[in-house]
Design a protein around this ligand. Structure first.
Ligand code: ATP
Ligand code: MN
Length: 482
């Protein structure tokens, strides 16, 4: 028989009323030696267990304390108390795991409020808190909705390699993968590491993107997407970057840049709508938590919309679309630029947009999601399609309030000669990417795709502010605990 969960029970309890049921979970609180708030992780809500202390021995009662795990058999009844519809009158209480009380008191399981930093140091236990329960249930719902969106739209799910032989994807610093003995590296005659003796007979890395391989798949299967771990050894200690994160990368044959932007917009709206519909309790909890936090802040720093309204706003309107050139004009004439408030002042066309600029456009100027397209070729990757003007490429970034870049994508260069030229100009080895060039030799077609960082979307949807708090075990510079 499958385990009954508190979520199942609360959603369909009528047929079980006055029946005996068995339920397991962890104690969240034990009030007045009489009421246990039991949580099993299936939902934010607790089940109230009523304990008649005369029916249980002192040893059992003494072991019921916050964090202990219990299995309870009892009768389900309607609750007379306010705050819950049903409760379980305990007949049997089995202590599955009691507490090492002294040790527990040094952990986040001790019943008081803890900072997010402290919770992060005990990432193995933070799943037990209301906050992280909500965040990780929502993360799971987001992942599910992503698969469902692509499945409903006829995409084929592709797994691209985690260990890659291509060193030139251009998306960021890479982690090497090697089976060589680091203490005793084989060297070539001119003193370089001899990777020909390594496991794969060449230098290999952890992938920074599955895009190039996804393009191969799209050139046969039409619409594909990847969804997997991605690694970047960039030493950027920000609230938006992880060294290991999960990336979703659709790639579509015959799509141009406009269709690529349409796809990104439909996709984001679908996933956010799914969460609004299916994660009501967890979202309401996060919404209230954020509202509480906002109260502590000075008025001028407070958010204009609460979490749920912010999500609804994104699903309702269309995103703003503007070219890089238009964006530069707006930024150049903006107040912060004129008053020298930008750390990187915008002086002329060609400047790379920094996160401060992206956030100005999204949060101050348009106050909604913005898609910027047609960037100068010099600041974008070699594989992006050169536009007819000869100086911009068909790139697009989707910028979200509070996040900045959430998606980066482009129409890909499908001309063999132009791609070859750009690779040469960018010092990208033809020998290494021969297979990528091959795609442009046999039945090349226009195609486009993008990359979404799962954690950035989960940040947006949960209203959390540090990316380390939306992945179970974050990997960041100088941190790989657990
Ligand atoms: P950024 O400029 O924010 O560092 P990027 O331009 O390097 O990002 P892309 O190469 O375009 O990122 O990757 C596609 C998407 O992957 C980004 O839009 C973002 O959502 C996500 N992403 C990129 N790098 C990271 C990272 N280090 N941690 C988490 N998510 C990331
Ligand atoms: Mn990008």
């Amino acid at each position: 028989m499958t385990q009954l969960t508190i979520k199942n029970l609360l959603s369909q309890y009528t047929p079980l009323l006055h029946h005996e049921i068995k339920i397991s979970g962890w104690v969240r609180a034990f009030r007045s030696n009489r009421f246990i708030a039991l949580n099993d992780g299936s939902t934010l809500e607790n089940l109230q267990i009523v304990v008649d202390f005369e029916k249980f021995d002192a040893d059992t009662l003494s072991k019921i304390s916050t964090a202990a795990s219990l299995e309870i058999v009892g009768e389900l009844v309607e609750s007379a108390g306010a705050g819950q519809k049903i409760e379980l009158v305990a007949k049997e209480i089995h202590i599955l795991g009691d507490n090492f009380t002294e040790d527990r008191d040094k952990t986040i399981l001790q019943p008081k409020k803890h900072s997010l930093e402290t919770l992060r140091e005990q990432a193995h236990l933070r799943f037990r808190t209301n906050l992280f329960g909500a965040v990780f249930r929502i993360r799971s719902a987001v992942s599910f909705a992503i698969h469902q969106f692509f499945n409903e739209n006829g995409f084929v799910y592709i797994n691209t390699p985690i260990i890659t032989g291509a060193d030139a994807e251009g998306a960021g610093e890479m982690f090497g993968v090697s089976a060589l003995n680091l203490e005793n590296l084989p060297k070539t005659e001119n003193g370089e590491v001899d990777y020909s003796q390594d496991f794969f007979g060449k230098k290999t890395n952890l992938t920074v993107s599955g895009q190039l391989e996804a393009e191969c798949a799209a050139m046969g299967l039409g619409k594909v997407y990847t969804f997997g771990p991605t690694f970047r050894a960039e030493n950027s200690n920000t609230t938006r970057h992880l060294a290991e994160f999960w990336m979703v990368e659709p790639e579509v044959a015959f799509n141009n840049l406009d269709q690529n932007i349409d796809l990104a917009e439909d996709f984001l709206q679908y996933v956010i709508e799914y969460v609004l519909k299916n994660c009501e309790k967890d979202l309401a909890f996060l919404n209230d938590r954020q509202a509480e936090e906002q109260k502590q802040k000075p008025k001028e720093e407070r958010l204009e919309l609460n979490l749920i309204d912010k999500l609804k706003q994104v699903t309702e309107g269309r995103f703003v679309r503007l070219s890089y050139t238009e964006a530069i004009d707006i930024l150049k004439n903006s107040n912060p630029n004129k008053k020298g408030k930008f750390q990187y002042p915008i002086e002329e066309w060609g400047a790379d947009l920094q996160s401060e600029h992206e956030r100005y456009l999204v949060e101050k100027h348009f106050k909604k999601p913005v898609v910027i397209f047609d960037y100068p070729k010099e600041i974008k990757a070699f594989y992006m399609k050169l536009n007819e003007d000869g100086k911009t490429v068909a790139a697009m970034d989707v910028l979200f309030p509070g996040i900045g870049e959430i998606i980066g994508g482009s129409q890909r260069e499908d001309s063999y000669s132009i791609l070859l030229e750009k690779m040469k100009a960018g010092n990208i080895s033809e020998e290494e990417l021969w297979w990528y060039l091959d795609l442009r030799k046999f039945g090349s077609v226009p195609h486009a795709g993008f990359g979404l960082g799962l954690e950035r979307l989960v940040l947006f949807v949960t209203g959390m502010t540090n990316i380390r708090d939306v992945i179970p075990f974050p990997r960041t510079p100088r941190n790989a605990e657990f």
